[in-house]
Design a protein around this ligand. Structure first.
Ligand SMILES: *[C@@H]1O[C@H](CO)[C@@H](O)[C@H](O)[C@H]1NC(C)=O
Ligand SMILES: *[C@@H]1O[C@H](CO)[C@@H](O)[C@H](O)[C@H]1NC(C)=O
Ligand SMILES: *[C@@H]1O[C@H](CO)[C@@H](O)[C@H](O)[C@H]1NC(C)=O
Ligand SMILES: *[C@@H]1O[C@H](CO)[C@@H](O)[C@H](O)[C@H]1NC(C)=O
Ligand SMILES: *[C@@H]1O[C@H](CO)[C@@H](O)[C@H](O)[C@H]1NC(C)=O
Length: 367
């Protein structure tokens, strides 16, 4: 009897721990009230357990309570804003920090930027009374005494544009913001995996499956379990036999809920999206190649090659007059705005992972 009790005690302790460490503890966190909310796929080191984030999406807080992202081959950068809906993270380039006129290196990370958003800037150190007939980007924070720093789009650097009394400091490439925001304030990085946009749109919760690789989308109400306080109350206030009883029931109910969650029709399996090998196909297609793929307008004279009326990338239904693009070879089609973004970064079809070749197969409208 004694031994059984001890065994059950240890068992219930393990169960309690597994509940405490479950996804129910993945509450949003932040470095301070004015800093971005951190939640899946990001996690705040020291504030949220490992399973609350996706590998490669760790953030931290610095001594000024700023949110910091540290990519493997880059210096640490301050995070200004995270758009979970657009899957965009805005980071402060930190140009004004001493010796920090450096580019980002997103090689071997989960982050990338569309090719057309990369811009090259050349930084100059000019004697104070430089004159320019053209717009330049002043950097008062880098200027001192009789010298002032400016940046010019490298494309514009030709004689006559650059003030004559300026010396080149450095040329760097940075991902600018799509909305044309000030490059001195924020740079824009995107992520594609894990893909949780549709989940965000429906105000559901995206989280890691127990395999630690794939993600599922669950309704937020099912993310509420026993609160920490309630668990302590239970464990302290009730005697050991009662506790074992309750733990047993809770464990049974919990594993049932867990099973339900995984099979529930509203929790959409993301395996096909989340497991696309990203870095391997990092080199996307160039614009002319993408443009060479057949494009059509939904609703034009003919139907789609099969009955599927949903774009596998953004998971929204095709609407009349929306522009679709087909990948030759496999004949899979998507919103052209979705697939164009995708192909710039990945040379494979997101559905069947075929590598499209230059072919001129026509989009099912031949008759
Ligand atoms: C950072 O946050 C902690 C706790 O919220 C606070 O005590 C501390 O003063 C903050 N530090 C700064 C530099 O704001
Ligand atoms: C970026 O980092 C990778 C290693 O992750 C390195 O091989 C590459 O040379 C770096 N690129 C630049 C421009 O520093
Ligand atoms: C610009 O040049 C002056 C004189 O060489 C130097 O003192 C100053 O630090 C330079 N500024 C920058 C931002 O490089
Ligand atoms: C400012 O420019 C004038 C000519 O436009 C030049 O004579 C003068 O030396 C310059 N002053 C400095 C501090 O560079
Ligand atoms: C700026 O230049 C003027 C004249 O060239 C000089 O007298 C002055 O000391 C300089 N100021 C600084 C801060 O270097």
């Amino acid at each position: 009897m004694e031994k059984e009790h001890i065994f059950l005690l240890i068992f219930s302790f393990i169960v309690l721990k597994s509940i405490a460490g479950s996804h129910h503890e993945c509450l949003p966190a932040s470095c301070s009230s004015s800093e971005p909310e951190v939640r899946f796929p990001f996690r705040l080191l020291g504030h949220q357990p490992a399973q609350c984030g996706f590998p490669g999406f760790d953030l931290s807080c610095d001594q000024q309570n700023q949110t910091i992202i540290q990519l493997p081959s880059s210096l640490p950068y301050v995070v200004n804003r995270i758009s979970y809906l657009e899957q965009v993270i805005y980071i402060d380039p930190g140009f004004c920090l001493p010796n920090r006129i450096v580019g980002l290196n997103v090689t071997d990370t989960s982050f990338s930027y569309s090719n057309y958003l990369i811009q090259s800037y050349t930084f100059y150190n000019c004697s104070q009374n430089y004159t320019s007939r053209y717009p330049v980007l002043p950097f008062p924070c880098l200027s001192s005494g009789n010298y002032s720093a400016i940046a010019i789009l490298t494309d514009n650097v030709y004689p006559g544009y650059v003030p004559s009394n300026c010396e080149v400091i450095k040329t760097i490439e940075v991902p600018v913001q799509r909305n044309g925001g000030d490059v001195r304030v924020a740079l824009e990085l995107l992520w594609f995996t894990p893909y949780c946009k549709y989940c965000e749109r429906e105000s559901k919760v995206c989280r890691l499956k127990s395999d630690g690789q794939r993600t599922i989308c669950v309704s937020s109400s099912s993310g509420e379990g026993l609160s920490k306080g309630a668990k302590y109350g239970l464990s302290i206030g009730i005697g050991v036999p009662a506790l074992i009883c309750i733990i047993g029931l809770v464990y049974y109910a919990f594993s049932k809920v867990q099973d339900d969650n995984d099979t529930r029709n509203q929790s959409i399996e993301l395996s096909s999206v989340a497991n696309i090998p990203q870095p391997a196909s990092k080199s996307g297609l160039d614009r002319p190649t993408i443009e060479s793929y057949p494009k059509t307008v939904f609703g034009d004279s003919c139907g789609l090659p099969n009955d599927d009326s949903t774009c596998a990338i953004c998971l929204s239904d095709y609407k009349l007059k929306e522009s679709l693009r087909t990948i030759p070879e496999c004949n899979h089609y998507f919103h052209s705005k979705c697939i164009d973004e995708w192909l710039k970064l990945n040379a494979t079809c997101p559905v069947c992972r075929n590598i499209p070749e230059n072919s001129t197969s026509e989009f099912g409208c031949s008759s």
